[in-house]
Design a protein around this ligand. Sequence first.
Ligand code: 3HC
Ligand code: NAI
Length: 648
Amino acid sequence: MSVVTTQMHGDIAVVTIDNPPVNAASQAVRQGLMNALMATEKSKPAAVVLTCAGRTFVAGADIREFDKPFLEPGLPELLNAIESATRPWIAAIHGTALGGGCELALACSHRIGAATAKIGLPEVNLGLIPGAGGTVRLPRLIDPIDAARLAITGKPIGAREATKLGLFDAIAEGDLLEAAVELAKDAADKPMRAPLLTRAAPEVDQATWDAAISKLTAKARGQNSPHEAAAAVRDALDHDGPAALKLERERFMRLKGSPQSAALRYIFFAERTVGKSPRTKGVAPRPLAQIGIIGGGTMGAGIAAAALLSGLKVQMIERNQDAANAGAARVEGILGGSLKRGLITEAKHDALHANFEAASDYAELGEADLVIEAVFEDMDVKKEVFAALEAACKPEAVLATNTSYLDINEIAASVKDPSRVVGLHFFSPAHIMKLLEIVVPEALADDVLATAIQFAKIVRKLPVLAGVCDGFIANRIMSSYRREADYLLEDGALPYEVDAAMRNFGMPMGIFEMQDLAGLDIGWAARKRRAATRPASERYVDIPDRICKQGNFGRKTGRGWYLYDDGKPTRDPEVEALIISESARKGITRKKFTEEELMARILGCMQNEGAAILSEGIAASREDIDVTMVNAFGFPRWKGGPMFMKGA
Ligand code: 3HC
Ligand code: NAI
């Protein structure tokens, strides 16, 4: 059966696209639409409603076709033909009309959305710009600066905003198709609207435009596509429709072949590939309704908030009632913040509170389906907690640890049934960061793994599976390049130089700034723990330990790698003198590094550690490592990840 079918509703033709999962505008869809257009141009219904089956309107061009030979008909030609139709076309939008889907809707004469519909131009996220008239038609329909915002930021907007901007003609309060048919009947009785492509572009004062664009592109850092999107919308204002369309297409084709787009497309699919395991195929997860959380500190509170915001019930356990109250206050701090920012309503906020309890008695955990431990990073404390959990929880409850570095096989072995113990390693702040490392110990049961993956989906996290080792994927690679950064200090660099090199490469911050933010005491504790097993032959840099010994732990103490007199980092002459004296003490002649040299050492280290992680089976694929680096540490998406860059 064709992926595009047409049915008559009275004298209105309803054209339906049915191309699961997201109705991408593949060749079959384009051809089907072209056929439907030719047929309706011949049969002349009063008007045409264009709708989609399944969960969404067209979510874009079919990205999987981008690396294959081009097949007629092209999307731009199809959309020009639809826009030139002699009958009104009404796009009936539910789900997400994105990229080519938004452009298809723009080629229609009218647009009506379900109240929950979203529409946008996210091509920049794939290193592209709209390639089928999005930058040309949109500024001829809505305020050009709003059009530029959609194309530059890639952020979709909801139905209400779309209606306010004039992008939607109406919102369907009841059944979308019925409302679209009514709109079609109304449109059929009125004169045809002029196609957007034939309309004159509105004028925008250059100074207003420049100010808006510089604000909108400010966050692009090293990524090209937002700047290209801005230039494409500007072209659309400076040229007539057909000429602008040609320029847009040329720009789109050039970007499609660019390294940034290749990297962004790779990471798009990588994020959808990770978190799957052949072990869980056909394996049902255990029920997940009631979650226990042990420890209400930074991580416990963040995890509790993430679970509550996803509709789960949460029982928090702390060491005593005072600590439980403090944990509950931390959770309220996060939920209250969501309320203040308008992310949840007052009613939802109150409902979340009703789903939350904090206490000190493990007996409260009798009904918990999954318990996540987030207590101090100390093996003895963790084992005590797991013994208490074993006594308090039902036997089928999954027991998880949020440990950053500790041996989860050892934790699992401390309980009678190690098959129920898994690592759920969140990143701080846990209610915001998307990544969740699911750490798989040797004895883990398949259905417990399936439950962990299911939990990640429920709390809307991006799960990456990792094996047990010191630091799993993320922290093991980070420890390794942090060590390399320390070597660079002894070899001749200063912290601000390494940090600048990392920022200019595209990381959100450098490794030294990051440590100051997280607290230098965390790494210090880990180094002390490893001191006994560290090979005597291993190069060891004493500088960070010496900073910690002075009680300087970073931002929280006002001093670390940098000084924070007014909250902003400034170079610390004492730290720099210490670094230089340490090079001298070790007999190292300091060398001046270029940014490229500094980054080559840091990146090379990430790649070598990544290769070791792959060869040891800690990560199953390079995608696991790249998705981790992008989502844990802000490795620039437009570079794909260290392993993608290596071509491994
Ligand atoms: N082309 C091909 N496959 C796509 C696709 C697309 N545009 N969008 C999503 N898919 C696939 C995914 O790879 C995934 O496949 P899998 O099941 O085999 O892993 C499946 O559809 C479901 O996707 P998600 O898991 O992401 O489902 P969600 O429900 O979480 O999200 C979505 C749905 C919001 C549509 C999200 O998939 C998305 O953002 N997609 C990309 C949208 C986009 O970037 N569109 C622009 C494309 S470029 C373009 O249109 C150029 C034009 O201007 C010419
Ligand atoms: P934290 O010090 O902020 O919180 C720990 C909490 O555990 C405290 O509130 C403490 O009272 C409570 N606690 C200690 N023993 C307990 C017990 N026996 N029963 C109940 N509660 C107990 O620590 P944080 O930062 O939240 O870390 C917790 C765990 O998460 C550690 O294993 C850490 O390595 C890991 N982690 C930390 C990250 C971070 O960025 N802070 C990131 C990822 C993991």
